[in-house]
Design a protein around this ligand. Structure first.
Ligand SMILES: C[S@@+](CC[C@H](N)C(=O)[O-])C[C@H]1O[C@@H](n2cnc3c(N)ncnc32)[C@H](O)[C@@H]1O
Length: 250
């Protein structure tokens, strides 16, 4: 009888090489893997052939598994088979509900381990040469959700818009217009914005502009989710910012 245990592993932003060595070792020692849509399927090559692999992500944008079902699957599989690896996109503790899964498993006396991942929030901009902080330009960055539990835009965005912080919005694509209107109210029509969809993957798409142009650029280039929205002066450090701005002048 194997000891029931859970290892929560961050898969990184998309590129399967951006997982940690420790994450790969955990996958190689798994009896069961529960994985999300944002965890690259190629990562399953690290999992032993005989291990059970269960997809618990969204299909065509629809959640087939509720969080309660996933929690129950973790416990059930750990008790039945031993080592469950829960593989989640980016970092499991950044808008990932990883903490809820850890607490649930602990409640059932299951041993847990946490292996952080590289979050899309900072790595996707970084892969495009956009630093979230830059001496002289800003003093902080905010990572905010575009979609709260009530499906609303976070009330933190209007507060962040008043500051000089870089504002990174995850899960915000359906509310992009609303987000730009908040910054327009603050007189920030000229503030640079970058949007990167499927960052670090071959199907990646990028839109670069300003608060007053980004909505039409996104429509023109047909960007959608999953995407990271980066708002702030640091976006002007992107290699093609000035040429893009010239092309889409308002
Ligand atoms: C539920 S959140 C999970 C975030 C994840 N835990 C992380 O740390 O990256 C999902 C959102 O993350 C962002 N995201 C995740 N992977 C991405 C990628 N490769 N490119 C762009 N955005 C990504 C999108 O905003 C997406 O809607």
């Amino acid at each position: 009888m194997k000891t029931p245990r859970l290892t929560l592993v961050g898969a990184g932003p998309g590129d399967p090489d951006l997982i940690s060595v420790k994450g790969v070792k955990a996958l190689a020692a798994a009896d069961v893997v529960l994985y999300d849509a944002l965890a690259h399927p190629e990562l399953l090559k690290h999992v032993p052939e005989q291990a059970i692999k269960i997809f618990v992500g969204k299909k065509k944008g629809v959640c087939q598994f509720k969080q309660e079902d996933i929690n129950a699957l973790i416990v059930e599989n750990a008790q039945k088979h031993g080592h469950v690896v829960r593989l989640k996109g980016g970092d499991p503790f950044i808008f990932g509900r990883g903490h809820e899964e850890i607490l649930y498993a602990r409640f059932f006396g299951i041993e847990t381990e946490i292996i952080p991942g590289i979050s899309s929030s900072y790595s996707v901009p970084e892969l495009h040469g956009i630093p979230l902080t830059r001496r002289g330009l800003n003093e902080s960055f905010w990572v905010v959700t575009g979609t709260t539990r009530e499906h609303e835009l976070s009330s933190d965005i209007p507060i962040a818009a008043k500051s000089s912080a870089t504002v990174v919005v995850l899960m915000g694509m359906t509310k992009l217009k609303e987000i730009t209107e908040i910054f327009l109210k603050e007189g920030k029509a000229e503030l640079p914005v970058a949007i990167i969809q499927n960052g670090s993957l071959p199907e990646e798409k990028v839109a670069i502009g300003k608060i007053n142009t980004i909505v039409s650029i996104v429509e023109e280039k047909q960007l959608s989710s999953p995407a990271v929205i980066v708002i702030g002066e640091v976006v002007s450090l992107h290699a093609s910012f000035w040429s893009e701005v010239k092309e889409h002048k308002k």
